[in-house]
Design a protein around this ligand. Structure first.
Ligand code: 3PG
Length: 306
């Protein structure tokens, strides 16, 4: 069996070594395509592989057509909006993610962004503290739960809304459950986004919603840029000069935000949430184990297509 790691944004070396240990033990061949710049490189690399490990790399119909022997693709991470699931099913390819494996890494970055934001991007002026502030978490999955855990250490007052998680499960984690998204934005000083990018959530974070934040409100987005309605958020930030937006990965309208919301906007140049050695090891090795589990024993526990 031949396994390809195709990562435009590479894993740490220790993670690749860990993956290799798993594939060696299974008697599989492991090949690597890192930092590729053209889709053609990916199309060539997948031609004869049985299994594929990716990160935010796009696996669409064309890639699946080119991967004649492919049986399984594992997105080493949480969000799988980069895989065309219908096309995978049509090609008889199992698609999986590795939920939770990089959640702490993303959650820690939320606080990196927040401290940077409330201290006015370290520009020397007097900022504010996180202690005692109301933090709203949307939604309460693996990352949201880690955000709540860390927020407790900062002494924050923590709220969450999740359309799919019952209120008592949120309360059991020591977090106030609120009944709607609107309520979360209305009642919190800071809202941190942890929703996946789906047809329902894309562009759902709009001016009407963000405009409910109280004076001095902060929106932090370590989810997907696609969930933001960028033109509306930008217009709102021009109107509401008290609001801040902190994002992991540049929005499409990065230059406009940088110019029109200067001093209140920051975005990482590359998605950094899961870019730690620990997250790479956790997600990468989980992906390798899931591939072996599937190819050897047909285990489909984390399959996301049917
Ligand atoms: C995820 O969905 O797991 C995160 O957004 C990480 O994405 P990355 O692997 O591209 O860093």
């Amino acid at each position: 069996m031949k396994v390809l790691i195709a990562t435009e944004k590479p894993f740490s070396k220790v993670a690749v070594d860990g993956i290799r240990e798993v594939t060696d033990k299974a008697g599989y061949e492991l090949v690597l395509l890192e930092k590729y710049t053209e889709k053609k490189q990916l199309l060539d690399a997948v031609a004869d592989v049985d299994a594929l490990i990716i990160r935010s790399d796009k696996v669409d119909n064309e890639v699946l057509d080119a991967a004649k022997n492919l049986k399984i693709v594992v997105r080493a991470g949480a969000g799988y909006d980069n895989i065309d699931l219908e096309a995978a099913t049509a090609h008889n390819v199992v698609a999986m993610n590795t939920p939770g494996q990089n959640a702490n890494s993303v959650a820690e970055l939320v606080f990196g962004l927040l401290v940077f934001g409330v201290r006015n991007f370290y520009n020397g002026t007097s900022g504010t503290e996180l202690m005692g502030k109301k933090l709203g978490i949307l939604a309460f999955g693996n990352v949201g739960r880690n955000v709540a855990r860390i927020a407790k250490g900062f002494g924050m007052d923590i709220y969450a809304y999740d359309a799919f998680c019952p209120a008592d499960a949120i309360e059991a984690a020591g977090v106030h459950a609120v009944e709607s998204q609107d309520k979360l934005f209305e009642s919190c000083d800071i809202v941190s986004l942890h929703i996946p990018a789906t047809p329902e959530t894309k562009q759902s974070i709009n001016a009407e919603l963000v405009g409910k934040l109280p004076k001095g409100g902060i929106l932090v987005n370590t989810a997907r840029k696609e969930v933001i309605n960028e033109p509306e958020l930008l217009a709102l930030m021009q109107e509401r000069t008290d609001l801040k937006y902190l994002a992991d990965i540049k929005p499409d309208m990065d230059a406009d935000f940088a110019e029109k919301a200067a001093g209140r906007y920051f975005a990482t140049p590359k998605k950094m949430g899961a870019q730690t050695a620990e997250a790479n090891v956790n997600a990468g090795i989980a992906a390798a184990n899931q591939i072996v589990g599937f190819l050897e024993n047909g285990i489909t526990k984390f399959q996301v297509n049917k």
